[in-house]
Design a protein around this ligand. Structure first.
Ligand code: ATP
Length: 610
């Protein structure tokens, strides 16, 4: 095979595409589909190329089976689905045919994704040879003024999304008022995804197109993240490692992010990892686990002498690979590891409030930060005391709650609360005001990248004062705290406080929770509530409407002290077992940086509930 033969194949391997304000519109594909099928099918499995709507990421294999293996003309690949773009030197490609070495992703040679990439490249070279005798090479001559790029983006595959590559020749479109090259800036390209129209943008300098694509794909978002992935191999009933490697890593490794992996080797190892992590080296810690590892990471960072620098530098996030993934559901809006991986690279950094817990057993060592919840009574007992039926998965928890409620058990205590918003109607008003404030601050539709950067910069201003507790466990109850009616406290059934809307995939326990409104939610029920009333309350936990019921106490609080009056039992803090002794908790606003889709928690629809 001589060089000109190779060049003829390279010319055939590209699709033409237009760069638009919304994404990249693929105009035609031709033989690229063949190469693509091989790329998408490195292991010989029957993976068909996506044919459908890239905007909503649904497939239409069934509706139009003839399109399987083809990307329809004028398909829009939105920027938010794009993971990476690289410039391809077409002449160099045609000379040596070793495209793979030139475009190797940033992952190291030992990386499983690099191996996969090499397989793909070998297959492309093989395809070159197979096509040597093709005599219609001139069908799709590459115009040397066009930009050749390798585009990586996500496509749906079963219930997941997976990265795919496409080799594109991006057409130049003259600026408004410029010459006419067959297409012009006013040209409207049909958008097969949303049904809307797509305006073509122009780009004078071809060398800048890749940079432009990347800027658009990561507007207001850190592109070159340096991520430490902490995997709990025992998380998710032992599936966390496989879940990460098969569903998250291929997506992360396709981006410009740098990835290191650490495995937890013993209980609480993640806390030690966080205590020792090199702040110069990383900006993101991704916990491929349940909610236990983010809890440990946050508390490990909290113990560092340089905790101010640690919380200013590091973003803590979750890849949902455990059995309890409330953080990912609330922050990434998904329990699916592959979609969460996309959110990790595409989401906005935002600060969230922490709840700081003090109990006699550990407060002198260090108080504990809780990002998710504290519970006493029915919920705590149901979570921990159903360990023996762990095989049941999440339903074991509901069964535990139901059994304990049916037994009519009560958990007497004294409870003192500093309220932020006590009245249910006022909570609704507070929610709408604060939710809009958060959205305005971070919404990329309404915020320019410059404003976004300024916002991020102003977030880097934690000082040691932000960690200072207002209330001591040893002090008397402050004057402005209120005591919960002892009649209710002595018959307490559920006591649950939380900072995120979802506690499990189907449990929207705190629909009014907001990332940084400087308060947390408290929900209380009375064991004397008749079964006919408590049953619908428990059955509405998935919708979150339980807090509207008159039998349910719901408030926004700043701090509380709970003095248990039972002989046996426990607290559960972020799903971890805590001792049965007086617990005092207060809010520490905006302490931890995490990643939120559009800067917000998943929409709990609380604003439309009343
Ligand atoms: N190598 C290990 N050996 C034993 N325990 C570990 C190890 N690594 C992590 N752990 C512990 O596993 C616990 C649960 O972690 P995680 O939240 O990731 O998993 P999960 O699947 O959601 O489990 P759970 O349902 O118990 O919360 C944490 O308390 C952590 O300290």
């Amino acid at each position: 095979m001589n060089n000109s033969d190779r060049f003829s194949y390279s010319r055939k391997s590209y699709s033409r595409a237009l760069l638009t304000r919304e994404g990249i519109v693929v105009k035609n594909q031709g033989p690229v589909t063949d190469a693509y099928d091989q790329i998408g099918n490195p292991n010989g499995s029957s993976v068909s190329f996506f044919s459908g709507c890239f905007t909503c990421l649904t497939t239409d294999y069934e509706s139009d089976p003839s399109k399987v293996g083809l990307l329809p003309n004028n398909t829009l690949i939105p920027f938010r689905r794009i993971l990476n773009a690289k410039s391809i030197d077409s002449l160099a490609l045609s000379r040596d045919g070793e495209y793979g070495r030139r475009t190797q992703s940033t992952v190291g040679p030992s990386d499983p994704n690099a191996v996969l990439q090499n397989n793909i490249n070998n297959q492309i070279d093989k395809k070159n040879i197979d096509n040597d005798n093709d005599d219609d090479d001139d069908d799709e001559l590459h115009d040397s003024t066009d930009s050749l790029i390798e585009l990586t983006f996500v496509v749906p595959h079963g219930n997941d999304i997976v990265p795919r590559k496409l080799y594109l020749s991006i057409e130049h479109v003259p600026t408004v008022g410029g010459g006419n090259s067959g297409s012009n800036t006013n040209q409207l390209v049909g958008n097969s995804g949303s049904g809307s129209t797509t305006s073509v943008i122009s780009q004078e300098n071809s060398e800048d197109i890749v940079e432009l694509i990347l800027q658009r794909s990561f507007e207001g978002i850190k592109r070159h993240k340096s991520i430490l992935v902490v995997i709990n191999p025992y998380g998710g009933k032992g599936k966390a490692r496989t879940l990460y490697e098969s569903k998250c890593h291929p997506i992360l490794a396709s981006t410009e992010c740098k990835i290191d992996i650490a495995y937890t080797k013993y209980a609480c190892h993640a806390m030690d990892i966080a205590k020792e992590i090199d702040l110069e080296k990383y900006d993101t810690i991704a916990c491929a686990s349940g909610d236990g590892i983010p809890y440990e990471i946050i508390n490990g960072l909290y113990q560092r002498p340089d905790r101010v620098a640690a919380f200013n530098k590091l973003t803590v996030t979750q890849l949902p690979c455990g059995s309890g993934n409330a953080m990912s559901i609330s922050c990434h809006w998904t329990n699916n590891p592959s979609y969460a991986a996309l959110c990790l690279v595409k989401s906005t950094e935002a600060r969230i409030d922490m709840m700081c817990c003090s109990q006699e057993s550990y407060v002198n060592e260090f108080p504990r930060l809780s990002f998710l919840s504290q519970t006493y009574g029915v919920i705590a007992e149901s979570d921990i005391n159903t360990e023996f039926i762990r095989w049941m998965g999440p339903s074991r928890f509901e069964l535990g709650v139901a059994v304990t409620v049916l037994q009519g058990r009560k958990y007497p205590c004294d409870l003192y609360v500093k309220y932020a918003v006590k009245d249910k109607k006022d909570i609704h008003i507070h929610y709408i005001e604060q939710k809009n404030k958060t959205t305005l601050l971070f919404d990329r539709e309404t915020t320019t990248p410059e404003e976004c950067k300024a916002q991020l910069a102003s977030d880097n201003d934690l000082t040691e004062a932000d960690f200072k507790l207002k209330y001591s466990l040893n002090d008397d109850i402050p004057q402005d705290w209120e005591r919960l009616n002892p009649d209710i406290a002595n018959n307490l059934q559920i006591f649950y406080t939380g900072k995120m809307p979802y506690m499990a995939a189907d449990t929207k326990f705190f629909p009014a929770a907001l990332p940084s409104d400087g308060s947390f939610d408290m929900v209380i029920t009375d064991s004397r509530t008749p079964l006919t009333k408590i049953t619908p309350i428990l059955l509405s936990l998935d919708k979150g409407t339980h807090i509207l019921e008159p039998e349910v106490i719901h408030a926004k609080v700043l701090a509380y002290r709970l003095v248990p009056k039972v002989q046996k039992g426990l607290f559960s803090v972020d799903g971890e077992k805590f001792p049965l002794e007086t617990l005092q908790v207060e809010i520490l606003p905006r302490l931890v940086k995490t990643l939120l889709v559009n800067g917000s928690y998943i929409d709990s629809e609380f604003d439309t509930m009343i």
